[in-house]
Design a protein around this ligand. Structure first.
Ligand SMILES: Cc1cc2nc3c(=O)[nH]c(=O)nc-3n(C[C@H](O)[C@H](O)[C@H](O)COP(=O)(O)OP(=O)(O)OC[C@H]3O[C@@H](n4cnc5c(N)ncnc54)[C@H](O)[C@@H]3O)c2cc1C
Length: 229
């Protein structure tokens, strides 16, 4: 079995206006686009000037005019374990694409004939030994069911462990991402959930500090999170 590290990659969807051949195209920063959309409500488009976008985004957020934030979208590709991914897919307003244990056959060469797992952090030496023995037994049974028996991966998967590594894409609008961060970066969230959220957050803060800085808990941020991974 391979022990892999959790990770987060963030992709922002930047709006591009596609004009006619003569007009060319125009691309927008995320907050510029929110302002362009939001000012339609007040028909105050004439107030759009360089730098007005950040103030506008703050103003609508302070007023809970959150629907305007739904016009901007970001996708994250997380590598996490299946336990964490089960929690992520509870976010009903997001869209998902996840590595399938029905179709992926970890006995194949492209997976080096082994399963990939994520080791929880914070275990004692004793707990680590128990964990490794249990996961190795799962892998052994899975490979035997496929290689020596006649099992398809979708049946053999029932012995795979919760710590099996998975790749999952999540696409959601910025309002939903704020909601996800508010729940999943909090100290009451699962430590491994906080870990991947702490990895993704800096990218959101870099792109839209006016919306995401509030979830950065400074020194508290990495409490209970393994910073070596
Ligand atoms: C610390 C923690 C512990 C948890 N423990 C458990 C547990 O033990 N068992 C368990 O089953 N789950 C548990 N959950 C999952 C939790 O119940 C939610 O399913 C999950 O957090 C998604 O939250 P949400 O519904 O607010 O978000 P989303 O599905 O992302 O929805 C976003 C928002 O849209 C609105 N919304 C979405 N759908 C509806 C709807 N149908 N009707 C009205 N409004 C809607 C709500 O305002 C919602 O907050 C836990 C979550 C956390 C953070």
């Amino acid at each position: 079995m391979k022990i892999v590290h959790p990770s987060a990659e963030v992709f922002f969807h930047y709006p591009v206006f596609v004009g006619s051949d003569n007009e060319g195209s125009e691309s927008f920063e995320l907050s510029e686009f929110i302002e362009k959309v939001g000012r339609t409500c007040y028909r105050s488009e004439e107030k759009i000037v360089p730098g007005s976008d950040k103030k506008f985004v703050k103003m609508i957020t302070d007023r809970n005019h959150g629907a305007m934030l739904e016009h901007v979208v970001a996708s994250c590709l997380f590598t996490c374990d299946r336990g964490v991914s089960h929690e992520l897919v509870r976010h009903r307003l997001a869209s998902f694409a996840q590595e399938s244990t029905r179709y992926c056959n970890y006995s194949k060469d492209k997976f080096d004939g082994e399963i990939s797992v994520i080791r929880p952090f914070g275990m004692s030496e004793f707990e680590c030994r128990q964990w490794e023995a249990a996961v190795e037994a799962c892998e052994k049974a899975y490979l035997a069911m496929i290689n020596e028996g006649k099992c398809s991966p979708q049946i053999a998967r029932s012995v795979l462990p919760t710590c099996l590594a998975t790749k999952i894409w999540i696409t959601a609008n910025i309002r939903e991402w704020m909601h996800i961060f508010s729940l999943r970066i909090s100290l009451s969230a699962h430590p491994q959930m906080r870990e991947i959220m702490c990895m993704a957050l800096p990218f959101f803060i870099r792109e839209m500090p006016e919306l995401f800085r509030q979830y950065d808990a400074g020194d508290m941020m990495h409490e209970g999170v393994n910073e070596t991974t």
